[in-house]
Design a protein around this ligand. Structure first.
Ligand SMILES: *Cc1c(COP(=O)(O)O)cnc(C)c1O
Length: 235
C-alpha cells in the first residue's frame, strides 16, 4: 500500500484544498499573533478511502483523525512503516470494549469523556504497554444529545483521570453547538484547560477552525474542507 501509485479515482483537487486550509490556518495564526506552527492540522479522513489518505500523505500531511476504531485499524497500520511521522488521532465516541484496540492503534485519543472509559483505558494501557496521549472531551454546550463530560463535572473528571487513573491527559477537546457563535464555547474550553495547566486544545472543524484558532486552538480537526463530503451520516 505505501508505494501505491496515485489512485485514478483519487480526487486531484485534494492537494490544492489541503494547501488552501494550511494557508487559512497560517493567516488565522497571523491575525491572532500566534506562530504558524502553533496549530496542528488534524486531517479527518473518516469514511474516505485509504487512497485519499495516501494523496494527503504525499502532499505532506502527517496527522489524521478517524472516528471509528475499526476503520482506523483497516486504514492506518499498513501506512506506518513507510511514514514514521504519521500521527493518528481517534476523535469519535469510544466504546469501552474498544479501548484496547484504540490504545493499540492511536497516537492520541481525543474522546475521553466518562468515568467507565477512563477505567477501561487505564486497564488497556497496562495490558498493551502503550500510552497514547489523551484529551478529555467536554460537552461544552451541555447539549443532551452530545458526547463529552458535562461542564459541571469537567474539573473533577479531569483530576480523576490524571491523579487517580494516571492517564496521560494532555488537553481538552470539544464540539460546540451547531447553532450560534462558537467563540464563547471555544473560549470556555480554553479557560478550563488553562485552569488545569493543559496545553492542548482540540477545537474547530471545517466551518469554524479560524474562530477556534483565534481562541487558542492548538489542533483543528478538518474533514469536509479537505476530503470533500462524506457519503453517509456519521454515527
Ligand atoms: C467528522 C468530525 C470532524 C470533521 O468535521 P468537518 O466538518 O468535516 O470538518 C471534526 N471533529 C469530529 C469529532 C468529527 O467527528
Amino acid at each position: 500500500m505505501p508505494n501505491l501509485p496515485p489512485d485514478r479515482h483519487a480526487d486531484p483537487d485534494l492537494a490544492a484544498r489541503l494547501a488552501d486550509i494550511r494557508h487559512r490556518i497560517a493567516e488565522a495564526c497571523r491575525r491572532a499573533n500566534r506562530p504558524a506552527d502553533s496549530v496542528t492540522l488534524v486531517a479527518v479522513s473518516k469514511t474516505h478511502p485509504v487512497e485519499a489518505v495516501a494523496v494527503a500523505l504525499a502532499a505532506g500531511q502527517t496527522c489524521f483523525g478517524e472516528n471509528r476504531v475499526q476503520e482506523a485499524q483497516a486504514k492506518f497500520p499498513s501506512l506506518r512503516p513507510a511514514h514514521p511521522a504519521l500521527r493518528l488521532h481517534l476523535i469519535g465516541a469510544l466504546q469501552t470494549n474498544k479501548a484496547r484496540d484504540a490504545v493499540r492503534v492511536a497516537d492520541v485519543i481525543e474522546s475521553l469523556d466518562r468515568p467507565k472509559l477512563a477505567l477501561a483505558l487505564r486497564e488497556a494501557m497496562q495490558k498493551e504497554g502503550r500510552a497514547p496521549a489523551m484529551l478529555v472531551q467536554v460537552n461544552i454546550g451541555d447539549e443532551p444529545q452530545k458526547a463529552g463530560i458535562p461542564t459541571a463535572e469537567a474539573d473533577a473528571f479531569i483530576r480523576t483521570c490524571r491523579e487517580e487513573h494516571g492517564l496521560p491527559v494532555t488537553g481538552l477537546m470539544c464540539i460546540p453547538p451547531a447553532e450560534g457563535d462558537p467563540r464563547p464555547h471555544f473560549a470556555a474550553l480554553a479557560a478550563l484547560a488553562a485552569r488545569h495547566g493543559l496545553a492542548t486544545l482540540s477545537m474547530g472543524m471545517s466551518g469554524d477552525f479560524e474562530a477556534a484558532i483565534a481562541e487558542g486552538a492548538t489542533h483543528v480537526r478538518v474533514g469536509t474542507a479537505i476530503f470533500g463530503h462524506r457519503p453517509a451520516p456519521q454515527a
